[in-house]
Ligand binder design. Structure first.
Ligand code: ADP
Ligand code: MG
Length: 695
């Protein structure tokens, strides 16, 4: 091999037999350009065509090879011309149904012929049947034996047939039979007890007939685990690289004396908890550096993240920069603005609120003031950045309660925040804690701080689960709580199909509750109300003028009323764990004993029952997240499907969670001793299609 010639796995697919430019173009659409890309296009599942199954033992849903003699072949006219073929093998019979067929086919499928077929068995009007089976005459001279390996089924691909993919992967395996370069050091593999890359690829593309299909279907075979490990490692290395790179980017070092912070702290009616103190110390160290902070703050609902954000913002402002706080909803943005304005106005600082409500000339003059650098702190919804607000000198971006904030979003934010050649520091706050190993995997490009302590004097929320038939008892409870001077929330069901229906249901509920509790002041907030009305109602609830607030799930995140001690959630069986935990977090914020009533409409599915049980058993957000993960899998938890936080081909963060600590260790080891292999490993797995920024 001449030195310039690439190793077989890196050659273009056009070096394989039968791959012309047209096919190469179609493959390129799947991200397949090299022989290696083809090998990493892994089967979704397998079919067993290694043995012939007696027709009598077939069950609906089986995908199987059968062989038999044609007893009857007839064309019938129902709605459509249909060819029905009856196949028997002495153990039973089966109907083959063809909606499209040629004259030649009809001749071939004649009575007395022996046929071998493959397809999915289903129940039909005449008993079991296969619609459009793959078939061949078994009495022909070229009749082949059954397959000698399990048949891989690849992801559906536009314009590239399964058969073609099988031929191509076979060729790719042949072309690389001397071995695809293994970027994992042999010592590591030995240590993990996993096969070599080539063995793993050979196995997943062509499992032997005795392979355990169940293990393969679950993705737990050592060959698959080997690939999953390598994939997770590639992502880990890519995220760490991203982090290293961003450390080299310029940012304003924000290291003021801290006078503004001291003044805010002196004005607060409470002292920071140790956990808040620790986190703000970590933030201060980051902000003082001339490279951008990228820090995730995880803290359960009510742990006091807002004040941490405010302190960070004050550091930016005292150092001569602007800070922006972004919230996922207008309601939350308004609430943050109220808090910050209340805290910062006495320090002589202007806080601007930028939401969809601010329009026309008022909006323009706010935008101008922000661009001129005259507004030190801006609060708004995430739409802020999409609209391209310009800042005079942006030093810090705080992102609040954004659960689906993946690496792509972080990168986009970074670019949009670029101001005078400097990147803003980023602080991402979330009340959706995820287990540590998972955080270290999905957020490997971030530093993580945890506020693992609630402010003192909080009593855990007592959670009860009740069928909605016991509504009257709940109404009595509300009455009791309000008579003692407390306040209550009633959360109406989420109606995904229609915000209008949801608002209507909430209105009906509010009217019914007002009638049942005539002595209480009852009010309603829902998503369709004008923002000003929502805000006014929330303000009155905060001030204690309203005792029972009926709401749609708009109040989910962040609303803070310490005197509220009772939360009722209707149709709780339809909501996710994280959402329920967030809603419950609206109470238990003051010193009063609080409770949460989860109403459900029977019958409960086993999963819903399990979810509600988790909430009854624990108040700890980390525990809730852990159980959520068990019940749902991490894709949903992290919102990876939506954001492409981690687009994994083989690995599954939940199933392969036990590999994660080893992945971390392996990443350290690769960085320390095998740096040369890293680029090739990342290229193999993250490739051209799903690049993170400039990884
Ligand atoms: P979250 O972490 O859910 O965003 P918030 O920032 O809304 O929590 O804080 C919840 C409530 O706790 C607010 O009323 C806040 O003022 C209050 N709070 C924050 N820190 C402390 C503290 N150290 N001691 C007492 N109350 C606190
Ligand atoms: Mg909050």
């Amino acid at each position: 091999m001449s030195p310039a010639e690439p190793p077989p796995e890196l050659r273009p697919v056009t070096t394989l037999k039968g791959v012309g430019q047209a096919l190469a173009d179609r493959l390129a659409k799947l991200g397949v350009e090299t022989v290696q890309d083809l090998l990493f296009l892994l089967p979704l599942r397998y079919e067993d065509r290694t043995r012939i199954v007696p027709i009598g033992s077939l069950r609906p849903g089986d995908r199987a090879v059968v062989e038999g003699e044609i007893q009857l072949a007839e064309v019938v006219f129902r709605r459509k011309r249909t060819l029905l073929v009856r196949l028997a093998d002495g153990t039973g019979f089966l109907t083959l149904r063809f909606f499209y067929f040629s004259g030649a086919q009809q001749e071939q499928l004649a009575r007395g012929a022996r046929l071998r077929c493959f397809g999915e068995v289903r129940r039909g009007p005449l008993g079991l049947e296969i619609v459009h089976p793959e078939y061949r005459r078994a009495d022909a001279r070229d009749a082949q034996a059954t397959e000698d390996v399990l048949t891989p089924v690849y992801p559906a691909t536009e314009g590239v047939q399964q058969g073609r993919l099988r031929i191509l992967t076979a060729q790719a395996l042949l072309a690389t039979r001397a071995g695809v370069r293994d970027w994992l050091p042999p010592a590591l593999l030995a240590d993990l007890g996993l096969p070599t890359l080539h063995e793993a690829l050979e196995y997943v593309h062509r499992p032997p007939p005795d392979a355990q299909l169940a293990l393969l279907a679950e993705g737990r075979h050592p060959a698959q685990r080997r690939l999953a490990f390598e994939e997770l490692l590639a992502h880990q290395l890519a995220l760490r690289e991203l982090r290293r790179q961003s450390r080299r980017d310029p940012a304003w070092p924000l290291a003021p004396a801290g006078e503004l912070e001291a003044r805010l702290l002196a004005s607060l009616p409470f002292a920071l908890t140790q956990a808040q103190q620790r986190v703000i110390d970590e933030v201060r160290v980051d902000l003082a550096k001339p490279s951008p902070m990228l820090r995730l703050v995880q803290g359960d609902v009510g742990s006091g993240k807002t004040v941490v954000a405010a302190l960070a913002a004050l550091r930016a402002v005292e150092a001569g920069c602007q800070a922006v706080l972004m919230a996922p909803t207008e309601l939350l943005a308004e609430q943050h603005w109220q808090n910050l304005d209340r805290w910062l106005r006495p320090l002589g600082l202007l806080v601007a609120l930028l939401t969809g409500r601010l329009t026309g000339r008022a909006r323009q003059s706010a935008l101008d003031a922000i661009a001129a650098g005259d507004v030190p702190v801006v609060v708004g919804t995430h739409a802020l950045f999409q609209e391209g607000v310009r800042f005079g000198r942006l030093g810090l971006v705080v992102v609040d309660e954004q659960h689906r904030f993946g690496v792509h979003q972080r990168l986009a934010l970074r670019e949009k925040g670029l101001c005078h050649g400097r990147y803003p520091h980023q602080l991402i706050m979330t009340a959706t804690p995820i287990p540590r190993t998972l955080a270290m995997t999905a957020y490997a490009d971030l530093d993580v701080s945890v506020i693992d302590e609630l402010p003192p004097g909080r009593t855990p929320v007592a959670t009860v689960v009740m069928p909605e038939s016991r509504r009257d008892e709940v109404v009595a409870r509300i009455h009791g709580a309000c008579r003692e001077g407390r306040q209550a929330y009633w959360v109406c069901p989420l109606i995904e199909e229609s915000e209008a229906l949801e608002a209507q249901a909430a209105q009906d509920t509010a009217a019914a509750l007002a009638a049942a509790l005539p002595e209480l002041r009852v009010a309603l907030v829902h998503g369709r109300m004008p923002a000003a009305d929502k805000e006014r109602t929330m303000a009155r609830f905060k001030a204690g003028e309203i005792q029972l607030l009926v709401a749609t799930t708009v109040i989910e995140v962040g609303v803070d009323v310490a005197n509220a001690s009772l939360m009722v959630i209707e149709n709780s069986e339809r909501m996710g764990l994280a959402q329920l935990h967030q809603l419950r977090g609206r109470v238990g914020r003051g010193q009063h004993a609080s409770s949460c009533v989860l109403l459900y409409r029977p019958p409960l599915t086993p999963l819903a029952r399990e979810r509600l049980k988790v909430l009854r058993e624990t108040n700890d957000g980390f525990e809730v997240a852990r159980r959520d993960l068990e019940l749902r899998g991490p894709g949903e938890l992290l919102g990876t499907r939506q954001t492409g936080l981690m687009q994994l081909k083989v690995a599954d963060l939940m199933r392969d969670a036990d590999l994660l600590p080893r992945v971390q260790q392996a990443a350290e080891m690769m960085l320390a001793a095998h740096g040369d292999n890293i680029a090739a490993l990342k290229r193999r797995w993250i490739g051209a299609g799903t690049r993170y920024g400039n990884v």
